[in-house]
Design a binder for this molecule. Structure first.
Ligand code: TXA
Ligand code: MG
Length: 354
């Protein structure tokens, strides 16, 4: 099989619907990343998603709905606090976890008693959901463990041989996956940071907690609040390291690491904010954009990891953002791409001038 890559015209969206109603999987754009969708009510169709991605059976999917009100049929109960979240942030890059209704087969949430739902804001995604009149279960449309896909071409490169159709509507605006909040317990818990920031959420949920494993690796043997916290994620085919420190220290450390790697016969590359990139000279640098516009870095990160991989870079050093606002999501994806390998700039290049 080789996927057809078709623009998001009404005709092609109708074809996507036909495939979904026939139990097939279809890749489609959302404002966060591309999704690999199937009819959430059809157990066999959902099994095809796990197969096409090579996704571990214990990692649950997110169910997408056309209208906020449609979430009521997917959840067993919706507390008032969750309703406030939906009103404030839907449609948009937020997934809400609540007890699963009996209509949704267990495979969708990997057997968990809860299910994650989100109402995307992307026009093509909403059109598709409206046309189908089905909830669509969809993880990110990448091969399991790889960086998420933010263009149809990236979807094709990862799983184009295993699915019939990719709806192409250009690059995704947010570029990082949705924020996931678990509303099923006594206190709301942030399971994955994303386009909706903790600061945004706290305006509605003052008691929001952050799950262990979001900011640092889970301690050995600890129970994960979400199966997604257990798996290796976002990793390109290169050794990835995060470099932490203030911008001048990062620039010096990244230059030193690059030069050392080159001397060892490796093919290093640096991902840095524009001001740091500007002082790194003729080294291989992929620019994340201005430091004060983390939304640019968010929309570029996965594409840059894939570009470095396509350029056969063997060792990547990523400049660490801090953890406020959208930078938390960026930092979380970088940490996970690096398997939590973080070095301090001060240790990497003590006192070394550029
Ligand atoms: O932006 C997004 O959320 C994209 C687009 C396509 O909508 N989807 C996406 O799905 O990123 P996926 O499957 O790659 O990530 C879903 C995350 C995983 O970390 C999973 O463990 C967590 O959500 N998750 C899903 N259902 C859950 C549940 N019932 N309880 C806890 N975590 C859950
Ligand atoms: Mg994913």
């Amino acid at each position: 099989m080789s996927a057809a890559v078709l623009p998001a015209t009404p005709e092609n969206l109708r074809y996507a619907c036909e495939l979904l109603h026939a139990g097939q999987v279809v890749a489609f754009p959302t404002e966060t990343v591309y999704g690999l969708g199937a009819n959430a009510y059809d157990e066999c169709a959902v099994a095809r998603i796990f197969e096409a991605k090579g996704r571990p059976a214990n990692n649950p999917l997110i169910v997408h709905v056309a209208e906020p009100g449609h979430a009521e049929a997917i959840f067993r109960t919706v507390p008032e606090s969750a309703r406030r979240l939906m009103e404030r942030f839907w449609p948009g890059p937020l997934s809400i976890v609540l007890p699963r209704s009996a209509r949704i087969p267990a495979i969708v949430s990997a057997g968990m008693p809860t299910v994650a739902v989100r109402c995307p804001s992307h026009p093509a995604a909403r059109q598709l959901l409206r046309l189908c009149k089905l909830p669509i279960a969809a993880p990110s449309a990448n091969a399991s463990g790889r960086p998420s896909t933010t263009t149809a071409q990236h979807v094709f490169a990862d799983i184009g041989g295993r699915i019939p159709l990719i709806i192409d509507d250009g690059p995704c605006a947010v570029g990082l996956e949705s924020t996931v909040v678990d509303m099923s317990g006594r206190v709301p818990v942030l399971l994955r940071p994303g386009g909706v920031t903790p600061e945004d959420l706290r305006a509605v949920l003052p008691d929001l907690a952050i799950a262990p494993g979001v900011l640092a690796p889970l301690p050995e043997g600890a129970r994960a609040a979400s199966p997604g916290l257990l798996h290796r994620h976002y990793a390109p085919d290169a050794a990835v390291t995060l470099v932490e420190g203030d911008p001048p220290a990062c620039a010096a450390a990244m230059a030193a690491l690059f030069d050392e790697d080159l001397a060892l016969g490796r093919a290093p590359a640096l991902l840095a904010f524009d001001d740091t990139a500007a002082v790194l000279g003729a080294r291989a640098v992929y620019a994340l954009g201005p430091r004060e516009r983390p939304e640019d870095a968010a929309s570029r990160l996965f594409a840059l990891l894939r570009a470095a991989e396509a350029d056969k870079r063997s060792h990547l050093y990523l400049e660490a953002p801090d953890d406020s606002g959208l930078q938390l999501a960026l930092r979380n994806r970088m940490q996970r791409a690096a398997g939590f390998r973080v070095i301090s700039a001060a240790d990497a290049a003590p006192g070394r001038p550029l």
